[in-house]
Design a protein around this ligand. Structure first.
Ligand code: GLU
Ligand code: ZN
Length: 285
């Protein structure tokens, strides 16, 4: 059975890009007689706003989607802690007290997804009096995982190689997990068999595949969909594009737009208001 999910974070309103993402996941499940799940990714305690999650449900209903809601991330903190403990005991995590400014000051290498952590705190070189995050020792993790592949709907079999992204954070200073750890554990717990998300998160699937191997989790397949780009060729962002009326789902809904008609247009690739649908990073700046 195909199980997909839409997993928005309630730190800003949904925009057309989210609608597209939800529709892709919904339709892939529906067309296969499977299940489509909604999971609120509210790990970010300080930035999460519960009232936004209510708006998300209204927006999805307005688009004509049906879903099953699974527990929000804020109710699953124990599972994140248990997984982090296990990786720590296996010597695959280490504490890191570095601030962003400290990392930048070392002029680290730029990877495909931004600055690559230079490994300052690796080998117990951290100051216990300062707040710490936990990073995955990626070389050690890869040595443990061995050669593994993951299956993408378009790209086919991909060799998992997250070394490019360095020692990613799995436990944040301010939360018991990072996106990578929480989403990987949740997808497994929710029985998600086809992880669908935008091309901009293609890189994350390398990391998640390695985490599945380290934590003995079931391995799903992946589908990375195209992205909606604004008139400047940039990916739609919550900060720029929702809350402006023309792209925010709640605004369109409250203004009386027909949500199911909009969903059908998105399905046909008819994207309104100067927005284009594109593979990332082609066409994006
Ligand atoms: N909570 C993530 C977001 O809002 C979900 C990304 C994913 O689908 O893995 O971007
Ligand atoms: Zn550090």
């Amino acid at each position: 059975m195909i199980v997909t999910r839409f997993a928005p974070s309630p730190n800003g309103p949904l925009h057309l890009g989210h609608a597209y993402s939800a529709i892709v996941a919904h339709d892939l499940a529906r067309d296969a007689g499977g299940r489509f799940l909604l999971r609120i990714e509210d790990i970010d305690g300080a930035r999460s706003r519960p009232e936004l999650a209510d708006n998300f449900r209204r927006d999805l209903e307005w688009l004509g989607l049906e879903w099953e809601e699974v527990p929000a991330q804020s109710t699953r903190l124990d599972s994140y802690e248990a997984a982090a403990r296990r990786l720590m005991e296996e010597g695959l995590l280490y504490r890191c007290t570095c601030t962003r400014a400290e990392i930048q000051a070392l002029e680290p290498r730029m990877g495909a997804e931004g600055l690559v952590y230079p490994g300052t705190c690796r080998g117990e070189r951290f100051d216990p009096s300062r707040p710490s995050a936990m990073r995955l020792d990626m070389e050690a993790a890869m040595a443990r995982a061995g050669e593994i592949v993951w299956e993408d709907a378009d790209a086919g079999a991909v060799i998992a190689d997250p070394r490019e992204f360095g020692d990613v954070v799995l436990v944040r200073k301010d939360a018991p997990a990072s996106y990578h750890l929480a989403a990987t554990l949740d997808d497994a717990a929710d029985g998600v068999s086809l992880v669908t998300r935008g091309m901009d998160l293609f890189f994350a699937s390398h990391i998640h595949r390695v985490l599945q191997q380290l934590l003995n989790l079931p391995v799903p397949r992946w589908h990375h969909h195209q992205l909606l780009l604004d008139d400047d060729g940039r990916k739609l962002a919550k900060s720029r594009n929702s809350g402006e009326g023309r792209l925010g789902l709640s605004e369109l809904r409250i203004a009386g737009e027909d949500g199911t008609a909009l969903a059908d247009r998105l399905r046909m690739g008819q994207i309104p208001c100067g927005i284009t649908l594109s593979r990332y990073p082609h066409g994006a700046s």
